[in-house]
Each structure stands twice: as C-alpha cells, then as structure tokens.
Design a binder for this molecule. Structure first.
Ligand SMILES: Nc1nc2c(c(=O)[nH]1)N[C@H]1C(S)=C(S)[C@@H](COP(=O)(O)O)O[C@H]1N2
Ligand SMILES: [Mo]
Length: 586
C-alpha cells in the first residue's frame, strides 16, 4: 500500500526557483533526434496512402503562379480581354468616403497586427506539441493529412509526449519543446485582446461611412474583382496617386473576407476544440464536421492570415509605399516619409516585444500562469462552469487507436507489487475533509454502482479519441464518504511519477465538476479491464476537462479545502511543473 501523502512534510519538494530552473533546462536542451525541430523539409501532406513533401505543393503553387501571370498577360492583350477590362472597372461602385483612414481603423489595424503575431507564434508552439492534423476525431497514426515529423514508430508504444517537436524561439513563442502550457497563456490572453479589438472595430464600423468601403453591396463587385485580378496578375499595379477614396473591388473583397470571415472563423474553430463545449454541445463542433476538422481549419486560417499578410505587404510596397504608409499610420495622403518612420518604429516595437516575451516566458513563467488564472480562468468560469458534459457516442464511434501519454507504466515499487498480485491487495484510500474516510478494495468498488459512458477525450496537445469507460460514478463515492462543508477540492494522487520524473503525478478537481454525471473512476475501457497503459487499476474521467486532469493509476483520493495546500500549490503536477492552467475547459 502506498504510504500516505503528506507533501507539507516532504522536504524534497522543489522550491519555486528550482521548478523554474528545471523547466528551463528540460525545455531548451531537448536533443535533436529524439525531438526533431520543426523544419519545412519535414512537413508532409497525405494523398491517398502516400505522404508527399510539402515542397511539391510549393513547387506546384509556384508553377501555377507563373502560368496564371502568363495567361493574364495574354488575356489582357487580346481583344476579348481589353473589352472585358474596359467594361468592368476595377474600382467598385460604392460611394466615396472622406480621404484618409479614420483613427479607429489605423489603431485597430496596427493592434490587430501586433496581436496576431503573438497569436500565430504561440499557436505554432501549440501545434508543435502534436504536430499532426487529422480529419477524424480518432487521430489514428498514418491517417493524418498533414504532419510535421516522420511516421509514428510501429515497433514500440509511442506516446503523444514523445511525438512533440522542438521549435526555435524565432518561430514559436516561447520556443523549445512541450512548452504548450506557456504558449497557451500567450495565445489565450492575446485572443482576448484580439477579440476586444474586433468588437471595438465592429462598433465603429457600423457607425461610420467606413461600412460602405468594405461591405460588398453590388453584384458588379464580382466582375470588378476579376478585372482587378487580371490587372494585378499581368503585373500592372496602380500607383498610390489615386489615394484611399475607395478600395478597388479585389481589395474590398479581400479585406472584407479577412475581417468578417477569417477572423470570426479563427475564433469559432478555436472554441470548437474545447472539451467543455464539445462534450456538452456536440452540434457546435459539428458545424465544422468535428473538432479535428475544426483544428485543421484553425490551422488553415492561420496559413491564410500569413499568406494574406505577405501579399498585402507586397502590394502596399508596390503601389506607393510612402504614401500608403502615411495613410495607414497618420491618415494623410502626403508623400513624405513620416508614415514610413512610424511604421518602422511600430515594427521595431513588435520585434522588441517578442524578444522580451520569449525572455519573460523563461524567467517569469509562474507570473504568466497567474495572469492567465485571473483572465482566462475567470472567463472560463463565466462561460463554461454551468455546462456539465453529457455528449455520448455510439460503440461504432470508438477510436481504433487511443494515444497514450507520458508514462508507459508506473515505476513505483508499490504499484509493481500490487500488479504482480493482480491488484488483490489494492486499497483505494479516500480521506481528508470527509465524515467517513474509507479504504476500498477493487472488488468493493466494483460491487458499488457502475456506470458506462462512451465519451471523447481531448488532450491539451490537440489529439482526441473516443472510448467507452466503465466504473464508479464519482457521486456515489461522494455519498459514501460525505465531504465536510469546507471541502471544495479533491486531490487525485497517482502511483506514477510525473512526466519529468520528479515527484508523483497528481491533479485536482472542484467538487462541483466531480458532481457532474460524467465524472467517473474508471476500471474498464472498451468493455475490458482497464489496460495498464491507460491507468490500471483506476483512472479518472472528468469529461469537461482536458486529458492531463484525468489522473491514471490512482493510489489515493484526498478531499481538501483548496489545492493550494498541496505540493507547489498550482493544482496538479502539470500545473506545478509545466505551468498549465489549473482548469482547462478550453
Ligand atoms: N499518472 C498519470 N496520469 C496521467 C498522465 C500521466 O502522465 N501520469 N498523463 C495525462 C495526460 S496528459 C493525458 S492526455 C491522459 C492520457 O490518457 P491515456 O494514456 O489513457 O490516453 O492521461 C493523463 N493522466
Ligand atoms: Mo494530455
């Protein structure tokens, strides 16, 4: 039997500084080979059963680009082409608005750019933690449509954590390997800023004539945009002299699509990956097909933003750089270099912020985590706290492959001894702030109320899988032990050491979440005894939370007032060591 946990008496518990140091060491010294770096040469796309290097895609896109330019030049020179271009002006018919960008556009434009840089960089870091994109929720190795590293090895058990790749801090925020906890703090906090800016923009948008410059109101915009496309593709660019009285048809359509299609799509597909939402309102992720398609769309939206940014910058440069930059920064149409200077300053500030953000991530990780607990955590309280998970799947939905994570099996001698005796000697110890502390054998647990549920597991890294779980509904245990009124959190301790090998794995849940009908102490998976890999003899299911909170190989359960009283006080092993949020419903 495992000895009782008393972390307060544990003099070997690492200090904050040691935790921070260990994090820095482990993340930055990830050796090449075991955890390859993200490189374009390693990106492969699947067609049928074969994977092709993404270079082929880029080569085909380049060839297509050249063909389009030649075709546009030929067409524009032909009599039919000349006729078409004369009939359909590239400028839309919408009424002109006062010259110069209004201040709200200039400011939101600049801020959105800044926020998006952080969001894209931290998003890439999240992707690096499971560098495969799928169309099915099952995430079966070999069935991904895009991958950033080689195939999953088939000669051994391969965990999702082993599958992570390393990112340079030039690309990812904060860079390194398996820094998803930190990346999510940047990603979500800047999402909030991005959305707030979007709301301000939209409010102004509807109360100014700006509306008329962007919203397509006439069908002539379609041939107009075609006319612009032919003009641009034949490499004729308007000069900046015309000023920004109105956008041309292609500009109008593109800006409209970026602001009112791409940006909302980014937000909506991001939310579709939330376990709280997906396991409560299945119709929501179904809007996109399923949560893995939503994840793929989320990625493609990011790619579209980057492609748009490159094209946008190229055209701004080609059509009168100085005048355009005056318009974008100062809202004037002059031909001096003031706007250019301001623009350079803005770029320098964004770069400086990113350099600082990487450093800060490595030196003040706990501060970032605390900020997120206050911002993102509060928002999750507001949005998700009342949505008890309830979605169930059919047997035919069960995933053929369920990724394992972190440990292959606990290396604790107690667990090994118990496993050697087929867990006959196992006693689940339930104690702490309860009226009736108990020690339950597996037989006793199995003799209590049994519940089965076919549910979807969402790992923080991005993969998902559906399985059937059978076990004791947590409410039955609550009824048995009768928690005292001051018990608000429940700690789950594992036999296994945490992923970093330091201290045992544990996590906590609010009693509120554990009263949900889908909170389960599982001893069966897919109608069979819970496999060793997945947590034998007991593992937790709390379906509105991410996978890392589902403790495997449970040794004991303790009711406490607050999780702050245990170990480093952040709520769990991953929260202490990896700086994850203590509640992760998104
Ligand atoms: N004891 C213990 N429990 C754990 C982990 C772990 O490393 N140790 N990993 C967590 C993570 S990150 C996930 S996604 C799930 C994975 O469960 P599975 O291996 O059954 O897929 O277990 C969670 N429970
Ligand atoms: Mo996970």
């Amino acid at each position: 039997m495992a000895d009782e946990v008393d972390p307060r008496a544990d003099s070997s518990a690492p200090s904050e500084a040691e935790l921070q140091d260990e994090f820095l060491q482990e993340k930055l010294l990830g050796e090449e080979g075991a955890h390859p770096r993200m490189r374009l040469t390693r990106v492969h796309i699947r067609l049928g059963h074969r994977f092709f290097s993404v270079w082929w895609l880029l080569a085909i896109a380049t060839a297509l680009g050249i063909v389009l330019v030649v075709a546009a030049k030929l067409y524009a020179a032909s009599s039919a082409g000349r006729g078409f271009l004369a009939r359909h002006a590239c400028i839309p018919l919408s009424p002109p608005v006062p010259a110069g960008m209004p201040a709200f556009v200039r400011w939101t434009h600049l801020l959105t750019f800044f926020f998006l840089v952080i969001i894209v960089r931290s998003g890439l870091q999240v992707l690096a933690d499971h560098p495969r994109l799928y169309t099915k929720v099952h995430c079966t190795p070999g069935r991904e449509w895009l991958r950033f590293r080689g195939p999953v090895p088939t000669d051994r058990v391969w965990t999702a954590k082993q599958d992570t790749i390393t990112l340079s801090p030039l690309v990812g925020l904060p860079g390194g390997r398996h820094t998803i906890g930190v990346a999510r703090h940047w990603h979500f906090n800047f999402d909030i800023l991005f959305i707030a800016t979007g709301i301000v923009y939209t409010a102004f948008f509807f109360s100014t004539p700006w509306l008329h410059r962007l919203v397509p109101t006439h069908a002539s915009i379609v041939p107009g945009a075609a006319s612009c496309a032919v003009t641009y593709l034949s490499l004729h660019f308007p000069s900046g002299a015309s000023g920004y009285f109105r956008y041309d048809a292609l500009q109008q359509l593109t800006y409209f699509a970026v602001i009112f299609i791409l940006a909302p799509l980014a937000i909506l597909t991001g939310l579709a990956m939330s376990p709280a939402l997906d396991n409560r309102y299945r119709w929501y992720s179904r809007l996109f097909g399923n949560r893995q398609i939503a994840r793929s769309i989320h990625f493609l939206v990011m790619v579209s933003f980057v492609v748009f940014f490159l094209g946008h910058m190229a055209l701004v440069a080609l059509t009168g750089f100085a005048a355009n930059l005056n318009d974008i920064t100062l809202g004037t149409d002059q031909h001096n270099l003031n706007g250019f200077a301001l623009w350079l300053l803005a770029i320098a500030l964004v770069i400086a912020f990113n350099v600082w953000a990487v450093r800060f991530s490595w030196t003040h990780t706990r501060v970032l985590q605390r900020i997120s607990n206050l911002t993102v955590g509060r928002l999750m309280d507001l949005l998700f706290d009342h949505s008890a998970p309830r979605v169930e799947y059919r047997r035919s939905d069960i995933s053929p492959h369920f990724w394992p994570n972190h440990n292959l099996l606990p290396d604790s001698p107690e667990w090994r001894a118990l496993a050697g005796d087929d867990f006959r000697g196992y006693r689940l110890k339930v104690h702490g702030l309860v009226e009736n502390p108990v020690e339950l054998s597996l037989e006793q647990i199995q003799a209590m109320r049994k519940q089965t549920q076919i549910t979807m597991h969402n790992c923080i890294q991005g993969w998902s899988g559906i399985a059937e779980w059978g076990g004791l509904p947590f409410t039955a245990l609550i009824e048995l032990v009768r928690p005292l009124p001051e018990a608000e959190w429940v700690m789950f301790y594992s036999f296994a050491a945490g992923g970093e090998g330091a201290g045992r794995y544990y996590d906590s849940h609010s009693i509120h979440d554990l009263r949900h009908p889908q909170s389960l102490l599982a001893y069966e998976m897919n109608d069979e005894r819970l496999p060793i890999l997945h947590g034998r003899p007991l593992r937790l299911r709390v379906e509105n939370q991410l996978g890392f909170k589902h403790v495997k190989w449970i040794s004991e359960i303790e009711f406490v007032h607050h999780f702050r009283e245990r170990y480093a006080g952040q709520g769990g092993y991953q929260e202490d060591h990896e700086f994850f949020g203590y509640r992760d419903e998104i």
